[in-house]
Design a protein around this ligand. Structure first.
Ligand code: ADP
Ligand code: MG
Length: 350
């Protein structure tokens, strides 16, 4: 451990938030050094990553619009499970090498993974990171990293509750004494909100829009509970009947209605977790409240709807998009502290 600490000063140890939508890398004393979409561009119908394995992240997203025919974009973690090991490995090694560069001491790497992934998938993440040049790889469950990043007292004998609303998944966990006591992971997140907006416009106005535009509507106009000042927005798309481009004006009220279904599923995951919680921990939450993070926590009125539905105070963490990545970095600095909880995960400690 002592040697490891010395080594740590010379190598670029890093914490990675391997998200369904975005991957972030955090390095000690430098903060977030990489923040890119978890996207890989491959030649259609193959596993061949374009640009000699470098069409990953921002580059991959940029390439997409330009040569749409022969290229497909893959989000290998889209549903919180690893859909393709080879592509996930290509993505992880590209990001690790981008931060680490060539040469120098091999880094230690902490990776936050969705808590729903299987033991086989965990092994694959560890192997990939090792092949990408990591000296030692530690996995941490995403809600745990989120709790650390948000500065919650998760090592203490009191309950901390995290609801992490990502792109493809939502993870809910109640933690205490540096371990997860109860958790729930569902494959509903921001992507499903985008899809709900696409469906609403198609059904109501016969207007077809793509995912990027739907996401823009969600961010500009979306809400989970009534706004003091309701909003409107002009949106362009293709008419499904005439096939021609058309513009319409939509309101925040109708988008809120459209988002109801995915948001109810997310709330249900939180109430289910609360129902399963140990009574003592559930009681703690009356004072401690719950914390919302992940990009979905940025939706207007999300805290209000959670507070109303659960009767607990729901607060959005500061900087919900970077909270897991910052948590992995803090985790890395205090590895000794987590030793006991790492053992039963089967990774990290011999
Ligand atoms: P993951 O951890 O799964 O990679 P993130 O925590 O990075 O996901 O969150 C990405 C999701 O958050 C996307 O669905 C994105 O559209 C959504 N998002 C980002 N900003 C906002 C915002 N201001 N309002 C609502 N949703 C947002
Ligand atoms: Mg996340």
């Amino acid at each position: 451990m002592f040697l490891d600490a010395i080594w740590g000063w010379f190598s670029m140890d890093m914490g990675i938030d391997l998200g369904t939508c975005n991957t972030l890398v955090c390095v000690r004393n430098e903060g977030i050094v990489l923040n890119e979409p978890s996207v890989v561009a491959v030649r259609k119908g193959t596993n061949v990553v374009l640009n000699n394995g470098e069409a990953v992240g921002l580059v991959a997203r940029e390439m997409l619009g330009k040569t749409p025919g022969s290229i497909s974009a893959i989000r290998p973690l889209k549903d919180g499970v690893i859909s393709d090991f080879e592509i996930t490995e290509a993505m992880l090694s590209y990001f690790i090498n981008k931060v680490h560069g060539r040469g120098g001491f091999k880094p230690r790497v902490v990776i936050a993974v969705p808590s729903g992934i299987t033991a086989v998938e965990r092994r694959a993440v560890v192997d990939s990171a090792e092949r990408a040049g990591a000296r030692k790889v530690y996995l941490v469950d995403e809600p745990m990293a989120a709790g650390i990043g948000a500065g919650l007292p998760i090592t203490e004998p009191t309950a901390s509750m995290i609801v992490d609303i990502g792109g493809g998944t939502t993870e809910v966990a109640i933690m205490s004494l540096a371990d997860i006591s109860t958790c729930e992971s569902i494959r509903v997140g921001g992507d499903d909100m985008d899809e709900a907006i696409i469906n609403h416009l198609k059904r109501t106005y016969n207007l077809l829009i793509g995912e990027p535009r739907a996401e823009q509507v969600k961010i500009q106009l979306g809400s989970a509970s009534p706004l003091e000042q309701e909003l409107t927005m002009e949106i362009a798309g293709r008419d499904t009947i005439s096939g021609l481009p058309r513009k319409i004006v939509i309101t925040s009220e109708e988008i809120r209605e459209a988002l109801k279904e995915p948001i109810s599923s997310i709330i249900e995951a939180a109430t289910k977790t609360l129902e399963k919680a140990e009574p003592e921990l559930a009681a703690d939450l009356i004072d401690n409240g719950m914390y919302l993070c992940g990009g979905g926590a940025l939706l207007r009125g999300m805290d209000t709807i959670f507070s109303n539905a659960t009767g607990l105070t729901a607060k959005r963490v500061e900087e919900p998009l970077t909270c897991v990545a910052r948590g992995t970095s803090v985790y890395l600095e205090n590895l000794e502290l987590w030793k006991d909880t790492m053992d039963h995960n089967g990774f990290g400690w011999e």
